[in-house]
Design a protein around this ligand. Structure first.
Ligand SMILES: *Cc1c(COP(=O)(O)O)cnc(C)c1O
Length: 400
């Protein structure tokens, strides 16, 4: 578990300084490693000891439980989120599973929105339901709907005075429609009902929003996206109070969900350049959103400031989207986001294919919708590619 995040925050450094220095050494056994400042890779599955007594107080013994590199990554993200502690996991899903199952048990209630990340939705609707957790899909970004969903879900238990925990899981920016949550408002409603608020801050990054400061209890990240930033690592992070992180860490250790040292080490290189990458992507995405909105081909564009992902409805439905994607030269179809290159994904057939069709239509995740993750290329090159794809799509007959 990350020990140093508070110390980092107490220095009162700004995010860019914290990110550039990500990987302040945690307490390794050898003083020499302290000089490495997060550059050493501890690719070991096990550590050995001089005595039983020494082994009893060791920070690291067996890699499945924790590793110095995992702790450095967790500590860096905890500092950026203003969290007391952090845990690095093998993936974003590893973070979500460890966090949820350390606070939810059979009989408890979980309320979340239906357009959450596909893997999350599957975990909730298949696994949590199989474990006896009462999963409710509601638009939890809407405080009024969240309030009434909690009131309704908790009412039967209040009557019988049964102890039950309600957990609300919220993405601070939900994709593909780039719906931005009011985390503070959701936290207020959760407090009223004594519910726990877990926020997935992957799309926002800690540079855009710090949910713990707005009243969330636990924050999870897929480090595989912007934090890692180079599309070469799968990892995740859970941050929050020491108590929550300790509980999640015990489970991640037992279940084998902690981050691999090399993955954590690679991800930390990404965190160090987070600020410059994000500022560049935000700038480019603002320009592209504006040009798309004013384009001669009428388009519905979904975008928010300080967000490097945007989506738009291509004319011609599925056939139009397919035509645009196959016309793009620079922008590759790729079922992820947050790397150095611009990529596009077709949400209806990938991230949101498990959302029932009628629900997808209601949400606005149509067959013509493309999600663009803006990379670090020159804005004119991205725009030219986009324009060629859209022109090609506008010339085809709409699909039925
Ligand atoms: C990708 C993603 C996840 C899952 O992360 P993995 O690292 O792929 O396991 C969770 N939430 C969001 C919002 C994501 O984009």
């Amino acid at each position: 578990m990350a020990q140093e995040s508070l110390a980092l925050r107490e220095q009162n450094w700004a995010d860019d300084t914290l990110a550039a220095h990500a990987g302040l050494p945690v307490s390794h056994s050898s003083a020499a490693t302290k000089a490495c400042k997060g550059k050493a890779l501890w690719q070991a599955s096990v550590y050995d000891f001089d005595s039983v007594v020494q082994s009893q107080s060791a920070s690291y013994a067996y890699r499945r439980f924790n590793s110095p590199n995992g702790d450095e990554l967790a500590s860096a993200v905890a500092a950026l989120e203003g969290a007391e502690a952090g845990l690095a996991t093998s993936s974003g899903m590893g973070a979500i599973v460890s966090a949820i199952l350390s606070v939810c048990k059979s009989g408890d209630i979980l309320i979340t929105h239906s357009d959450s990340y596909g893997g999350t939705r599957e975990f909730f609707s298949i696994d949590l339901r199989a474990f006896g957790i009462h999963v409710i899909f509601e638009d939890v970004q809407n405080s009024t709907l969240l309030d009434s969903a909690l009131t309704q879900a908790l009412a039967p238990y209040e009557k019988t005075k049964t102890q039950v925990r309600a957990v609300v899981f919220l993405e601070s920016v939900a994709n593909p429609l780039i719906r931005v949550a009011d985390v503070g408002a959701a936290a207020g409603v959760c407090e009223k009902h004594s519910a726990l608020l877990i926020v997935d801050n992957t799309f926002a990054t800690p540079l855009r929003s710090k949910p713990l400061k707005q009243g969330a209890h636990i924050v999870v990240h897929s480090v595989s996206k912007f934090l890692g930033g180079h599309a070469e690592v799968i990892a995740g992070v859970v941050v929050g109070s020491r108590q929550y992180v300790d509980e999640a860490s015990k489970r991640a250790g037992r279940w084998g969900l902690t981050a691999a040292p090399f993955d954590a080490w690679l991800a930390l290189q990404g965190v160090r350049t987070l600020q410059v990458r994000m500022e560049r992507c935000w700038c480019t995405s603002a320009e592209l959103a504006e040009r798309l909105s004013n384009s001669q081909i009428p388009l519905q564009v979904n975008w928010a400031p300080k967000c490097s992902v945007l989506s738009f409805e291509v004319p011609g439905g599925f056939a139009g989207a397919d035509k645009a994607v196959s016309t793009f030269q620079l922008i590759r179809l790729s079922p992820s986001l947050g790397g150095t290159t611009s990529t596009v994904s077709h949400s209806a057939s990938s991230s949101h294919k498990l959302v029932p069709v009628e629900e997808r239509q209601l949400l606005g995740i149509t067959d013509g919708l493309l999600r663009l993750s803006v990379g670090l290329e020159d804005v004119e090159d991205i725009w030219n590619d986009l324009e060629q794809g859209l022109i090609a799509a506008s010339k085809i007959e709409p699909s039925t």
